[in-house]
Design a protein around this ligand. Structure first.
Ligand SMILES: Nc1ncnc2c1ncn2[C@@H]1O[C@H](COP(=O)(O)OP(=O)(O)OP(=O)(O)O)[C@@H](O)[C@H]1O
Length: 610
C-alpha cells in the first residue's frame, strides 16, 4: 500500500482527475443500468402484458429516489400509448430511451477513460523523468556495482509494467466496485430474496483470488530480475560483437544466453499459469451461482409466485450477469496490481539509492582556478583494500604532471577523485586551498576537462558533440576548437560537415578521428585544469601524431595531469610521479628519475627495448 501511495504521488494533484473521473464514471454506470432496466417495459410490451392504460396520469413529484424515476418513466410510457393509441409505439418509445441511454453511458465511459489516460501519462512521464534524473546524479561507484542491462530493464520494462498493470488495475478498482454496488442495489430492488442468496458467493471467490495473487508476487520479482539478465547478456553481446566473432565465441555466448532465457521461460510459464487460474476459478464459481439462481428463481416464476414475474426475473438475470464481468475484472486487477507494485518497488529502490557524492548546503561558488591543486595525504579505497595510500602531491597552476606506473597502480583513480567521481576516504584534495568537498559540484567540474582513452561520443551531430551540453554555442568558436584539435579537415570532408550525425557512439568515425573530436570538445570547454587519461594509447603512429599535436596545443597554458603509458610523450612534464600499488614511489623530472636508476628507469628501458 505504501508503494502504491508513493506511485500515486507522481500523479498529484489528484483533484485534477478524481472528481471528474467519478462524475463520468457514475454517468456511465447509472445510464448503463437504466439501459438494462428498460428490459422490464420492453419484455412487458413484447409479451403484451401491458395492462389497461390508466385514465388519469399524475406527473410524479420530484424526489431523489428510484421510485420517482420509475414513475416518471411510466408516466411518459403510458402517455405515449395513450397519445398514439397503440402498444407498437410504446415499443418505439422504449427502444428510443434505450438508444439515448446507451449513448450517454458510453460517452461517460469514454470521458472517464480519457481522464485516466491523462493521469496515466502524467504519472509515467514523471516516473521516467525522475528515474532518468537519478541516473544522471548517481555516482560512479553505483555504476560499477550495477549492470547496464538491469538499469535499462528498469527504465523500459518496469515502467511498462506499471503502465499495463498498476494503472489499468487502478482504473478498474476505481470503477468496478461502484458498478457492483450499483447493480447490487438494483438487484435488491428487484428481489431481496434472490440477492441475499447470491451475496454469499462473493467473499468465497475473493479469498481464492487473493491466495493466487500472493503467490504471484514472489515470482514477479524473480522474472524481472531474469529479464534484466537477458538484457545484460544481449547488451554485452552487442557491444562486444567484434570480439565475439573474431574469437568465434558465438556458441559460447549463445549458451550463456540460452541458460538465462530458459530460466526466464520456466519462471514466466509458472507465473502466467497461476495468473490464468484466477479467471477460470471465478468463472466456475460464478456459473455455479447462476445455475442455482436459475433453479431457485425459475421455480418461483413457474409456481406463479407474487414475489417475481417472468419479466423481472429475466431482467434480474441480465443485471446479475453484468456483475460477473466487473467482479472478474477486480480479481484480475488485484493480481496485476501485485505485479505492478513489484515493478514499482524496483524503480523506487533505484530512486532511494543514497547519492554518496553530496553537495554541502553551504558549498562555495568557485569560478576560476588561481594557484594550485593539492592532494593532501589522500587515501582511497573502492572496497576493502586501499588503492591510494597517503598521497601528497601539489600541482601548481600551469604545470604538467605525469602519472606513470604499472597497470593497477592507481593512476586513473588519482584522476577520478579530482572531479569527485569518488570521494576520498582520508585526507583531502584542495583547489586553491579549498577542500573540493566544500565547492559546488557544478563549479568544481566546470574547472576540469577530461580526455580519456576511450573516446566517448554521443549519437548526435559533430557540432553538438564538440559543444556538448551547450545547444546555442557559437559556431565559429566550435570550428576554431576543431581546427586546434586537428579535426577541422576531416570534419569538412564528412557528408554534411559539422552537421553530420556521427552514429551510435561515433561509430562512423575512425579511432583517431573520434579522439580528436573529444579533444576539440575539451578545447571548446576550455577548462583551466585538464586530465588526459592515456589519450593516445589506442592509436596507430600516424593517428597518434595528429592527436598528440592536438593534445600539445590543448595543454598550452593549462594545468594538466597526464596519465601515460608511452613515456616519450611526457618527457617535458614538470614532475613525473611514479606510482606502484597506490603509493608514490619516485618523483622528479625525466632526467632526475633516469639518474635514480629506479622503477622509472626500468620502464623507460623496457619501452626503448620495444
Ligand atoms: N570501480 C572499481 N571498483 C573496485 N575496484 C576498482 C575499481 N576501479 C579500479 N579498481 C581497482 O583499483 C586499483 C587501481 O586501479 P586504477 O584504474 O586506478 O589503476 P591504473 O593505474 O589506472 O591502471 P591502468 O593503467 O591499467 O589503467 C586496481 O587494483 C583496480 O582493480
Amino acid at each position: 500500500m505504501k508503494t502504491f501511495k508513493r506511485l500515486l504521488r507522481f500523479a498529484t494533484p489528484l483533484h485534477h482527475y478524481i472528481p471528474e473521473y467519478v462524475i463520468y464514471t457514475l454517468i456511465g454506470i447509472i445510464f448503463g443500468m437504466v439501459n438494462f432496466a428498460m428490459l422490464i417495459p420492453l419484455l412487458t410490451v413484447i409479451f403484451k402484458q401491458v395492462g389497461e392504460v390508466p385514465q388519469v396520469l399524475p406527473h410524479p413529484v420530484f424526489s431523489f429516489s428510484i421510485d420517482y424515476f420509475v414513475q416518471l418513466f411510466n408516466y411518459y410510457f403510458y402517455s405515449f400509448i395513450k397519445a398514439s393509441g397503440s402498444k407498437q409505439s410504446a415499443l418505439y418509445f422504449v427502444c428510443g430511451v434505450i438508444g439515448v441511454c446507451i449513448t450517454i453511458a458510453n460517452l461517460g465511459r469514454y470521458m472517464s477513460a480519457r481522464v485516466m489516460v491523462r493521469l496515466k501519462m502524467t504519472m509515467l512521464s514523471r516516473l521516467r523523468t525522475n528515474l532518468y534524473d537519478k541516473f544522471t546524479r548517481l555516482p560512479m561507484g553505483f555504476y560499477s556495482q550495477q549492470q547496464k542491462g538491469d538499469l535499462l530493464s528498469t527504465m523500459a520494462n518496469d515502467v511498462l509494467e506499471i503502465e499495463s498493470n498498476v494503472i489499468n488495475a487502478m482504473q478498474i478498482l476505481l470503477r468496478d466496485p461502484f458498478i457492483i454496488i450499483g447493480y447490487f442495489a438494483a438487484l435488491f430492488y428487484l428481489s431481496v430474496n434472490l440477492t441475499l442468496f447470491t451475496i454469499v458467493f462473493f467473499p468465497v471467490s475473493g479469498l481464492l483470488i487473493s491466495y493466487v495473487s500472493k503467490k504471484l508476487k514472489q515470482k514477479g520479482w524473480f522474472s524481472q530480475e531474469l529479464l534484466g539478465k537477458i538484457l545484460n547478456v544481449t547488451e554485452e553481446t552487442l557491444s562486444g560483437i567484434r570480439i565475439i566473432q573474431s574469437f568465434t565465441a558465438e556458441r559460447f555466448m549463445r549458451n550463456k544466453f540460452a541458460e538465462v532465457d530458459n530460466r526466464f521461460v520456466k519462471v514466466s510459464k509458472s507465473m502466467y499459469n497461476q495468473r490464468e487460474l484466477a479467471s477460470p476459478i471465478s468463472e466456475i464459481l460464478g456459473v455455479i451461482v447462476i445455475v442455482i439462481l436459475v433453479i431457485y428463481g425459475g421455480t418461483l416464476v413457474l409456481n406463479g409466485s407474487d414475489l417475481l414475474t417472468g419479466a423481472t426475473f429475466m431482467t434480474y438475470l441480465v443485471f446479475y450477469s453484468q456483475i460477473m464481468q466487473p467482479a472478474k475484472n477486480i480479481s484480475t486487477a488485484v493480481t496485476s496490481m501485485q505485479k505492478g507494485i513489484v515493478a514499482s518497488e524496483r524503480i523506487f529502490k533505484i530512486m532511494d539509492t543514497v547519492e554518496s557524492i553530496q553537495e554541502k548546503p553551504d558549498a562555495i561558488t568557485v569560478n576560476n582556478f588561481n594557484s594550485s591543486v593539492e592532494y593532501d595525504n589522500v587515501s582511497f579505497k573502492y572496497e576493502q583494500q586501499y588503492v591510494l595510500k597517503h598521497i601528497r602531491l601539489t600541482i601548481k597552476k600551469g604545470q604538467m604532471i605525469a602519472l606513470v606506473g604499472r597497470s593497477g597502480a592507481g593512476k586513473s583513480t588519482m584522476a577520478d577523485i579530482l572531479p569527485r567521481f569518488y570521494d576520498v576516504n582520508e585526507g583531502a584534495i584542495r583547489i586553491d586551498g579549498n577542500d573540493i568537498r566544500d565547492i559546488k559540484i557544478h563549479d568544481l567540474r566546470s574547472l576540469i576537462g577530461v580526455v580519456s582513452q576511450e573516446a566517448i561520443l554521443f549519437n548526435d551531430t559533430v557540432i553538438n558533440n564538440i559543444a556538448f551540453g551547450q545547444p546555442n554555442a557559437n559556431r565559429e568558436a566550435i570550428v576554431a576548437a576543431a581546427k586546434i584539435a586537428n579535426a577541422h579537415e576531416f570534419i569538412e570532408q564528412l557528408e554534411n560537415g559539422y552537421d553530420t550525425f556521427i552514429g551510435d557512439r561515433g561509430l562512423k568515425l575512425s579511432g583517431g578521428q573520434r579522439q580528436r573530436l573529444t579533444i576539440a570538445r575539451a578545447i571548446f570547454k576550455n577548462p583551466p585544469i585538464l586530465i588526459l587519461d592515456e589519450a593516445t594509447s589506442a592509436l596507430d603512429t600516424e593517428s597518434e601524431k595528429l592527436v598528440q599535436g592536438a593534445l600539445d596545443k590543448l595543454m598550452q597554458n593549462r594545468t594538466t595531469i597526464v596519465i601515460a603509458h608511452r613515456l616519450s610523450t611526457i618527457q617535458h612534464a614538470n614532475e613525473i610521479i611514479v606510482m606502484d600499488q597506490g603509493e608514490i614511489k619516485e618523483r622528479g623530472t625525466h632526467d632526475e628519475l633516469l639518474q635514480q636508476q629506479g622503477i622509472y628507469h626500468k620502464l623507460v628501458e623496457m619501452q626503448e627495448f620495444k
